[in-house]
Design a protein around this ligand. Structure first.
Ligand code: ZN
Length: 160
């Protein structure tokens, strides 16, 4: 079966940066399960996997525009510490979810100065070209329930 919209795909992957350093990998663990065509993966990787068969290997370099985006200065905000309610002491590196006009976005604290906190809403991998080595483990039809939930149940997916 080949990968197309609404198929459940299990992959093993290794993600490297331009320097060849491993950023993320499923090696040694469960494969990653996702539903093709639902934006579960960055668009450049979904595109590269479209039409591939179970058992095939895919090496692809994904540009930032089809990965985690270009770095956007507009996503850097300075807010009063008190606006981050219920979070206790605010430290560099902490992450908060915040509502933006584009939906929920994860912000990372990049600086604390007095009562002001600097938040960066860029993805940590923004501006990076992503080098993926992917092994397609299996491809199957999604169940109706999986399509309704928008995620995979069972091996590599959610268990509920
Ligand atoms: Zn579910």
């Amino acid at each position: 079966m080949e990968i197309s919209a609404d198929k459940v795909v299990l992959i093993h992957y290794t993600l490297k940066d331009d320097a060849g350093d491993v950023i993320d990998s499923s090696a040694g663990g469960e494969p990653l399960a996702y539903i093709q065509g639902h934006g579960n993966l960055v668009s450049g990787l979904e595109k590269a996997l479209e039409g591939k068969q179970g058992g095939s290997s895919v090496a692809v370099s994904v540009v930032p525009e089809e990965g985690y985006g270009k770095y956007d200065q507009a996503l850097i905000q300075r807010v009063p510490k008190r606006s981050l309610q219920g979070s206790g002491e605010v430290k560099k590196g902490m992450q908060f979810q915040a509502r933006t006009p584009d939906g929920i976005r994860l912000f990372t604290v990049t600086g604390v100065m007095g009562d002001m906190v600097t938040l960066d809403g860029n993805h940590p991998l923004a501006d990076k070209t992503l080098h993926f080595d992917v092994q397609v483990v299996s491809v199957r039809e999604a169940t109706t329930e999986e399509l309704e939930h928008g995620h995979v149940h069972g091996v590599g997916g959610h268990h509920h």
